[in-house]
Design a protein around this ligand. Sequence first.
Ligand code: ATP
Ligand code: MG
Length: 611
Amino acid sequence: MPKMTDHPDRTAAGRNFIRAIIAADVEAGKHGGAVVTRFPPEPNGFLHIGHAKAICLSFGAAAEHGGVTHLRFDDTNPETENELYVRSIQEDVRWLGFDWGDHLYFASDYFERLYEYAVELIEAGLAYVDSASEEEIREYRGTVTEPGRPTAYRERSVAENLDLFRRMREGDFEDGAHVLRAKIDLASSNMLMRDPVLYRIRHADHYRTGGDWCIYPLYDFTHCLSDSIEGITHSLCTLEFDNNRELYDWILDHLEVPQPQPRQYEFARLNVEYTLLSKRNLLRLVEEERVEGWDDPRMPTVAGMRRRGIPASALRAFCDMIGVAKTENRVDFAKLEYAIRDELNPIAPRVMCVLRPLKLVVDNFPEGKLEELEAPYFPEDVGKEGSRLVPFTRELLIERDDFEEDPPKGFRRLVPGGEVRLRYGYVVRCADVVKDENGVVTEVHCTYDPETKGGSTPDGRKVKGTIHWVSASHSLPTEVRLYDRLFSVPDPEKGGDAEDFTVHLNPDSLTVLTDSRIEPSIKADPADTTYQFERTGYFVHDGVDSRPDHLVFNRTVTLRDSWAKARKAAEVGAAGREAAENGAEEARPSKTAREPTGGKGSVGVRVRDHR
Ligand code: ATP
Ligand code: MG
């Protein structure tokens, strides 16, 4: 039984066409009603969100029928594969919430059996050693409109083929001197059936078999036979393998393999806007240090998304949401963000963090006084309990954006002479500002109304805006990393090989804020808590760089689709910043505060591009 740990989102069991096929097979008693699927990554990179879709499908479809799913490393390319990837892939599949139990396999463990199967094909006159060069073979294969032609080696005798193939294995030849090809049909309308190459010579050490082999089987030969060896019933893969199915079946049909044979089914691969999912290109981003590594929070990799704070449940929910179809499309990034917010909203405690601080001095609040205000962790509509105390002092910090000396129309935060509500605190009125020699506001002075504790106004006067804040003296310094889309165009690989996709990297994909300040309550929490920083988004400690003496928070996702809004706002010519935010939430009653020190000179905002 596959153990699917904790999958409330799976109970809905949305049926897609693949699951419908499997259900029908089970009903018909095919394979004795058993369902065995596999997830077959090549260990040449980290898993990404597309793999997550394939994993959810293969594991989910088997679990639906009490079946099992194998994790099989499809490791037949010695040059690009390694143990690091094997480990990361296992960690990622487990983190996603799936368990292969005892069924961990490696195609490289089948090398001997695959060799024997190849000999079987040669003996049956169905495979031959071709000594033509790679270019020649390609040329002789013909085109879609022209049939292929035999090379000079197609009619070699079985004995000669057996002898050459054995000597290929023994290392008698250089790379490229010979290949083993299936003898099928050089005129087939399916190019893959025109005597496909099954084995090639590669004098390279393999991360598992070392120097044992110098011939390696190709994907098409390895995959169907690995499926057969493991007793896979339904082999699910992406659409680009559509044409490979005929070859998959041909190989199994022409060898003595257990019956019934596995069957291959194809589904549309996942593409997501503003990122790319080809391992080759993701590897380039890593190798060229365009990102910090495979687990950079901007990467669409499972490791990157985990570090960014995206919960596994959100990824599973996303995979359910997008469904499984037969036609490819690009999924809007906002869909994933929606799934993330949907998962985090009910569980993320609300705290206050000021990203870009501006000092707010409460002139009529005694120096040295500290008032502790009780603030709930969850808004009422989430229905969870819990609160913390937030220190209120004479010197506070607010977002630089929440004060405007010369406010645009509709600005509902702090303005000279105006009032604003400090979340869980008091209503304050702006009295004065202090500027530096360049005219930049460095301090805002205000008075607070002691009658408005908790945010309500006893005289019923209207205060439109509510802003978040922290105590200048009692907050903790933190670095905050804001992530945006990795690429600035929806399909960065659109230009194909003619264009370098890296030209589309978004130069603003990472913003590092080094002067942010967070309320002190978070010190008591486990390091993996995901928070909602009020009004700014969902955040989590960076699992690599955050330490108690140097906090680093990653923004998982903004609260709303500020990006789409900003884009729209830019089109309309409105203030994009205002669109991204507002003070609409009404403050809930709560308690009070404490005293300022420090914080001087800490109001500057340094933004550095970290790439
Ligand atoms: P490459 O990017 O080089 O084509 P790959 O992503 O296909 O490699 P594999 O390790 O071969 O890498 O993939 C393992 C499995 O994941 C395969 O069954 C493949 O069909 C599936 N898969 C890969 N990419 C996607 C995707 N974008 N959407 C859905 N499934 C995918
Ligand atoms: Mg592949």
